[in-house]
Design a protein around this ligand. Structure first.
Ligand SMILES: Cc1cc2nc3c(=O)[nH]c(=O)nc-3n(C[C@H](O)[C@H](O)[C@H](O)COP(=O)(O)O)c2cc1C
Length: 243
């Protein structure tokens, strides 16, 4: 089993301690990325990744190796402390550089565990935000550990162990989860966008080359007939609306 760890904390304390504890419940190889060390410049808002293709991002040489590592792994571990009720700028900057993945989702077979630590507030909200972002990337299943560490001398290991054991069992099962209706809706939004008369070129290329343009969702993941019907209906409505 291969894991990639994306750590958005600028220091190696609470978030690191939780990740360290998670690792005790997992078996395999870990690739750790400390965004602080990567020194990725701020997204300049050039839109190149979206309209020309991700290779045209001025920071492609720093972003692409991380995306490749996610592509190569079985499990993603992604962490951030709460800063001013949100993720750190380090993690947000990385997410901004992956905006093209929202248009061209690709991690349909990946499962993730999100770690958020806080002094006292915002952890659930921030964990939900990271969950939402990963789902836009296409990630199949997201587990969450959101912990308030303020005023606590020792790490509460029990809730960490519980969630990480579930994550490991799920990874070993090799079974993919049925997507939520919201995930199907977004799949159809981007599919309809790629299918417009004048689509964004890299989006159209991606959706056609992967064959996803002809699917109700990633073929790696099974849909029951209700979800298939929902996807077809959404695509029909969105195609009309977008035109
Ligand atoms: C700049 C900054 C902003 C923070 N904002 C919040 C906040 O909005 N709410 C909160 O409860 N804790 C806040 N904290 C506390 C951290 O979220 C908390 O200590 C976290 O566990 C630190 O993780 P780390 O040890 O991995 O850096 C903030 C800390 C810093 C340095």
């Amino acid at each position: 089993m291969k894991y990639v760890i994306i750590n958005g904390s600028p220091r190696r304390k609470n978030t690191c301690a939780v990740i360290k504890q998670i690792k005790t419940n997992l078996e395999g190889e870990f690739e750790e990325i400390y965004l602080q060390k990567e020194k990725i410049p701020l997204c300049v808002g050039c839109y190149n990744c979206i309209v020309k293709g991700e290779k045209y991002c001025p920071h492609f040489s720093q972003i692409n190796p991380i995306v490749e590592k996610i592509n190569d792994c079985d499990g993603i571990i992604i962490g951030s402390p709460v800063y001013a009720m949100n993720v750190t700028a380090l993690l947000k900057n990385f997410f901004d550089h992956t905006a093209y993945l929202f248009h061209r989702p690709q991690f349909f077979t990946k499962k993730a565990i999100v770690v958020v630590t806080t002094a006292g507030a915002g952890h659930k909200k921030v964990a939900n935000y990271i969950d939402e972002t990963l789902r836009h990337w296409g990630v199949n299943k997201v587990y969450k550990i959101a912990m308030a560490c303020g005023g606590k001398e020792h790490l509460e290991t029990e809730p960490i162990d519980k969630v990480s054991k579930k994550f490991f069992k799920d990874l070993k099962s090799n079974k993919l989860h049925s997507p939520k209706f919201g995930d199907i809706l977004f799949f159809d939004v981007w599919k309809a966008m790629a299918n417009m008369d004048e689509p964004i070129k890299p989006d159209a290329e991606y959706w056609n080359e992967t064959g996803l343009i002809n699917e109700d969702f990633s073929p790696d993941v099974k849909l029951n007939f209700i979800k298939k019907g929902f996807s077809k209906l959404m695509f029909f409505i969105l195609s009309k609306f977008i035109k």
